[in-house]
Design a protein around this ligand. Structure first.
Ligand code: F6P
Length: 325
């Protein structure tokens, strides 16, 4: 058992629904085990500025149901520099913080990985991003809420698509990952999806529209942002040019995907990995992300958790193709 006295907790990168439930779990389980907790505001920026405060069980009352993050979040440029990280370490020492739990995604863990190698401070991470683009967990905190927000929106868009016989290109988030588009494409009954990871290019969408030309009806095409085919407006422009018979519209869902009350799945996931993170630090873990694989707590070294290791399940693409006949 490692003697940890004070855990610093922070959220970093894009906010995700369920981050508050994760903060609550870390704070409450640390207190349960007799460990002090320090809240760090705005992720690595707050570490560098020394923006930290002691947290108690009441600091996390009434937040489990709230989206966003009470600790606020940021993407820190300064933490990328050795000077920034040195300043962060000195501030942690000055505040008696001797272990860290970082909640975030790829950028958060890249920073945590370097920091954990440079300085003798145990750091563990919780997967908090709507993108689900991390290895070492079946789902990230925020993904379930985000995909439910997306299908709710697409169901509404489909009402108009059906009523007007329109084709909609719906662009969803994911930075450079198509996992939101893929799953919501299946759930919303999309006719086609365009994601960066697959070979599905615009030509295959054109082929499909060509086949359906005579049987013209409403259509939903799900598009992940940052795809090779361009953004939703570019895809829409090309479709309009080739198929003027389709009444085409573009809908970009944007940041509504990041907000809102976390789903039950996200709250439970956040609570489980939050408690496990504190227990992992007590057990001497460091430089690992704490996730859930097959419903069991899983520990993955930061460098393996990063998104370039994530693969798309080809069965999902096949399902879209089969069900869209
Ligand atoms: O990583 C989460 C995410 O929402 C991505 O899906 C998206 O590309 C990015 O953040 C948007 O970031 P920002 O809110 O900084 O524009």
């Amino acid at each position: 058992m490692t003697q940890i006295k004070n855990i610093g907790v922070y959220t970093s990168g894009g906010d995700a629904p369920g981050m508050n439930a994760a903060i609550r779990a870390v704070v409450r389980s640390a207190i349960y085990y007799g460990i002090d907790v320090t809240g760090i505001r705005r992720g690595y920026d707050g570490m560098i500025k020394g923006d930290m405060f002691p947290m108690d069980r009441k600091s996390v009352s009434n937040i489990i149901q709230r989206g966003g993050t009470i600790l606020k979040t940021a993407r820190s440029e300064q933490f990328r520099t050795p000077e920034g990280r040195k300043q962060a370490y000195e501030n942690l020492k000055a505040n008696n913080v001797d272990a860290l739990v970082g909640i975030g995604g790829d950028g958060t863990f890249t920073g945590a990985h370097i920091f954990g190698l440079e300085y003798d401070i145990p750091v563990v991470g919780l997967p908090g991003t709507i993108d689900n683009d991390l290895c070492g967990t079946d789902f990230t905190i925020g993904y379930d809420t985000a995909i439910n927000t997306v299908i709710d929106a697409v169901d509404k868009i489909r009402d108009t698509a059906e009523s007007h016989d329109r084709l909609f290109i719906v662009e969803v988030m994911g930075r450079d990952s198509g996992l939101i588009a893929l799953r919501t494409g299946i759930a919303a009954g999309a006719e086609a999806i365009l994601i960066p990871e697959s070979k599905t290019d615009l030509q295959s969408v054109f082929d499909r529209l060509e086949r359906d030309r005579k049987d013209k009806k409403s259509k939903i095409i799900m598009l992940a942002e940052n795809g090779v085919a361009g953004d939703a407006f570019e895809v829409g422009r090309q479709i309009k040019e080739k198929f003027p018979n389709y009444d085409t519209r573009v809908s970009i869902l944007g940041h509504i995907q990041r907000g809102g009350r976390p789903s039950c799945m996200d709250r439970v996931l956040a609570s489980r990995v939050g408690v496990a993170a504190v227990e992992a630090l007590r057990d001497g873990h460091r430089n690992e992300m704490i996730g859930l694989i097959h419903n069991e707590i899983a520990y993955t070294p930061f460098e393996h958790a990063l998104k370039h290791n994530v693969e798309i399940n080809p069965d999902f693409l096949k399902i879209v193709e089969i069900l869209a006949i």
